[in-house]
Write a protein that binds this ligand. Structure first.
Ligand SMILES: *Cc1c(COP(=O)(O)O)cnc(C)c1O
Length: 473
């Protein structure tokens, strides 16, 4: 399988070439030249495979430059009960008839990002070892991405992580999760500023191409194709867990921010998975809901981006959205470039033509918005009726899912984090502290562990200096 850019550059690259890369050289995102199709016979063959075997089958359709035996070993090593707590890896938790949660957040950092990031850690180590190379991952986080990246890369040969976070602004649990890591290849840099300042420093360092090349700087942000590909697997797994035969369809509701999670659902559907609807759930930052209702995509500045109680969805520019639009517009790279480069990057908005927007229903997308009050009510109701505590992001998903259930089609709501990560709002909703998962070691007393981090000023040079001093250890 080869990969092309969404902005018209037709150069075809192999999986291993794009694995360690971010954007394509023309500023677009990578997508496979065509989606491999699964038919009824293949679906039947896959039904009943373990999660790791299923992951191997799906990944093999997209990766032809890693020997099959190696890929099989990588998926087997990644998707284990020891890491994810359950044999099914992503088990279903039934609520009322026809509605269930699919648990994606049982990995080491209690959020769905572990599903892909753990694989990425193993793939990076494999690939760097094969090439005899080193990689310094530089990122900025407000919580979930940074911890998932650190837990995936800790102790991995050839990889170092330099993770910037806004000093003192993460939740105590998130801070403790990241800063308690003692692995020498993990570096926590607490920037004296807000998340956007940390993000701006990462961008400034990445834009210094000479520095980037000399110090082998890479990223693991949500536009990475391998991350998206790893997420495709749990749409298939959820489908098999929820149905008895391939004649049935299911719908998925996805709490969305950067459109990475739900974009994987789109890919699964393009491959032929029988999906009826993909429901995009947003919080008060409802850029995507607005698009699916109106055909206008209007990104917002930081002044218009609200801080909410589902913070991992506080995103006003959905970095993976361009992939869906590329498919929607019949893979017209020139049109995508005009929309995203000329319109979004210049004016922050585009509107599809009526004819273009009319194609959206064919892709099965619908959407909805959830607010803080909705989250509290949904968390309380789910706990009272089912004895299940859900986190704030999953609550946004569940609230919106109920607006789109259709008779006879199971609706799966993707559970994107565990409530232990967002205790404050859970207490507000239910009056109780959320439990910490028993299968993850070291969570009790996490906040009391020694913390390993350095505070750096809001300065690109300071971060560069730190990297230069620490990229040889
Ligand atoms: C990252 C994240 C999301 C948003 O996922 P996208 O792929 O950015 O749409 C939702 N919920 C949680 C808990 C997350 O960590």
């Amino acid at each position: 399988m080869k990969y092309i850019s969404t902005r018209g550059d037709q150069t075809r690259r192999g999986f291993s070439e794009i694995l360690l890369e971010g954007l394509a050289p023309d500023g677009g995102l990578y997508l496979p030249v065509a989606y491999p199709k699964v038919d009824d016979a293949l679906l039947s063959k896959w039904r009943g495979l373990s999660y790791a075997e299923l992951a191997f089958e799906i990944l093999s359709l997209y990766i032809d430059d890693i020997p099959a035996a190696d890929l099989k070993a990588l998926t087997a090593k990644t998707y284990t009960k020891a890491v994810y707590g359950f044999d099914e890896i992503t088990p279903l938790k039934p609520l009322e008839p026809g509605l269930a949660l699919e648990a994606l957040s049982n990995g080491p950092t209690l959020a769905f990002k572990d599903m892909a990031m753990q694989l990425l850690g193993n793939l990076f180590e494999y690939q760097l070892g094969r090439r005899g190379e080193q990689l310094n991952i530089l990122g900025a986080t407000s919580g979930d991405t940074g911890s998932a990246a650190e837990y995936a890369m800790r102790g991995k040969k050839g990889v170092r992580v330099f993770m910037l976070s806004p000093n003192g602004r993460m939740s105590p649990f998130q801070q403790a999760q990241m800063f308690s890591l003692q692995d020498p290849n993990i570096h926590n840099l607490a920037v004296e500023g807000v998340f956007d300042d940390a993000q701006d420093i990462v961008k400034a360092v990445s834009n210094d191409l000479e520095f980037k090349r000399k110090y082998k700087i890479g990223t693991v942000n949500s536009i990475n194709w391998a991350r998206l590909l790893a997420q495709v697997v749990y749409y298939f797994a959820g489908y098999f867990y929820a149905t008895k035969s391939n004649a049935e369809k299911v719908s998925f509701t996805v709490p969305s921010g950067n459109f990475g999670n739900v974009c994987a659902g789109h890919v699964a559907r393009m491959m032929g998975l029988p999906v009826e609807k993909l429901v995009v759930a947003t919080n008060e930052n409802n850029v995507l809901d607005e698009f699916f209702r109106t055909g206008t995509y209007r990104v917002r500045g930081s002044a218009e981006t609200y801080e909410t109680s589902s913070p991992s969805m506080d995103i006003s520019k959905a970095s993976n959205f361009e992939r869906f639009v590329f498919d929607l517009l019949g893979r017209d790279g020139a049109r995508v470039k005009a929309l995203f480069k000329d319109e979004v990057e210049q004016r922050g908005v585009f509107t599809l033509t009526a004819e273009e927007f009319a194609r959206v229903p064919g892709y099965g997308f619908v959407s909805g918005t959830s607010t803080h009050a909705n989250r509290l009510a949904t968390i309380k109701d789910t706990f009272e009726r089912f004895g299940i505590m859900i986190d704030t992001h999953t609550a946004d998903g569940l609230k919106v899912a109920r607006e789109h259930v259709s008779a006879g089609v199971p609706m799966l709501v993707l559970e994107t984090a565990l409530p232990a990560k967002f205790a404050e709002t859970i207490v507000e909703a239910t009056g109780r502290q959320p439990e910490r998962p028993s299968w993850i070691q070291g969570l009790d007393g996490l906040e009391d562990l020694p913390k390993r981090f350095v505070v750096v000023p809001k300065s690109t040079q300071a971060v560069k200096d730190y990297i230069v001093q620490h990229c040889q250890d």
